[in-house]
Design a protein around this ligand. Structure first.
Ligand SMILES: Cc1cc2nc3c(=O)[nH]c(=O)nc-3n(C[C@H](O)[C@H](O)[C@H](O)COP(=O)(O)O)c2cc1C
Length: 322
């Protein structure tokens, strides 16, 4: 199985067979965990046959079954990038597990930190665990947001490597399947941004790993706070300066970079229309009996104004006075 096949085949599995991880697979998993610890400085551990960690009230209702093996991701409490690092190396281990014929589920909420048997040294903390074992089934694909909500590049403009990376990013696991990330191509390099939100930094690391593994290109991951970029996740408003009624069901809030499409269809005969976007003349397309205004949402509110002039009205010069 190739890494891309593993990315496509991986889905969260919460019900496991009542069998231990086969010895050869457990050894191979220990090897990759060792490599990840050496490279990252994390203290990742494979814990086997410990049912207590998933013994929580929620799991009594059947969320997890036979979840007795897990990978605990532990690291330095003073590492500012701990969550992203945990996501990046954890996903490398998850995909290795998939290639070894095992199944996994990232778990940051529905486990018991107190009962977790991982060895947490002074100055360290546990970020999350990953349940691992032989699944009762292979799980099922998650729903994904439309591509334009996750990426600033049109499919037709994507280089092949970027397209592969983007596909792998959309297939990546994210907490609550929130998919709060945005990927752009800047000066030939992929840049992933994510808001500083709970779990979003772990997700960011996971997505970066998937993107790099599938595309063969390294990319930059930035949280909004770190990058100092204006938030890609903040929405801005369209203000219709007295002309809202002329537009067909207009959406009023858009994220930065999101495609805005407004259709003005209240068109009277013998009337000329001119459009202003933030006070600047704007040339719309004429299509299917309406004027279509299309632009990418900037990082501020936008004001639209429409001026109309009846071309049949004769305009007389001012009367001459004697
Ligand atoms: C950081 C992170 C934390 C997660 N925490 C939990 C959890 O506490 N409990 C749970 O059942 N699933 C958890 N998940 C699994 C997600 O719900 C799952 O990845 C998402 O719904 C997408 O589905 P998929 O993994 O099948 O693609 C977590 C996933 C990630 C990436």
């Amino acid at each position: 199985m190739t890494i891309l096949e593993a990315i496509k085949a991986r889905h969260s599995v919460r019900h496991f067979k009542d069998t231990p991880i086969p010895k050869a697979a457990a050894e191979a998993l220990e090897n990759v965990i060792g490599d990840c610890c050496r490279e990252s400085g994390l203290n990742i551990q494979l814990v086997q046959n410990d049912p207590a960690c998933f013994d929580t009230l929620l799991n009594h209702y059947g969320r997890f079954r036979n979840a007795v093996n897990y990978i605990a991701i532990v690291g330095s409490s003073s590492d500012p990038d701990l969550d992203e690092r945990a996501g990046y190396y954890g996903e490398r281990i998850v995909l290795e597990a998939q290639m070894l014929g095992l199944n996994t589920c990232w778990v940051a909420g529905t486990y018991s930190k107190g009962k977790c048997a991982a060895d947490i040294r002074s100055g360290e903390k546990i970020v999350c665990v990953i349940a691992v074992g032989c699944g009762e089934d292979q799980g099922k694909p998650h729903k994904s947001k439309p591509l334009h909500k996750l990426c600033g590049v049109r499919k037709a403009d994507m280089p092949v490597w970027f397209k592969n990376g983007m596909l792998a990013a959309t297939l990546a696991p994210t907490a609550l399947n929130q998919q709060k990330f945005f990927i752009d191509l800047r000066d030939g390099e992929a840049v992933i941004t994510a808001p500083k939100a709970p779990m979003a930094m772990i997700d960011l690391g996971i997505i970066r790993y998937n993107f790099e593994a599938a595309s063969g290109h390294s990319c930059t991951a930035k949280s909004d706070a770190k990058s100092g970029l204006l938030s890609r996740f903040k929405k801005y408003k369209i203000n219709f300066d007295g002309c809202k009624a002329g537009f067909r069901d207009p959406a009023e809030c858009f994220r930065v970079g999101e495609a805005v499409r407004l259709c003005f269809d209240m068109i009277a005969t013998d009337t000329n229309y001119t459009f202003l976007v933030d006070g600047e003349p704007f040339s719309p397309r004429y299509e299917d009996h309406c004027y279509v205004l299309e632009f990418a949402m900037p990082d501020h509110d936008v004001t639209i104004k429409v001026n109309s002039r009846n071309v049949m009205l004769r305009e007389f010069p001012p009367a001459e006075t004697e």
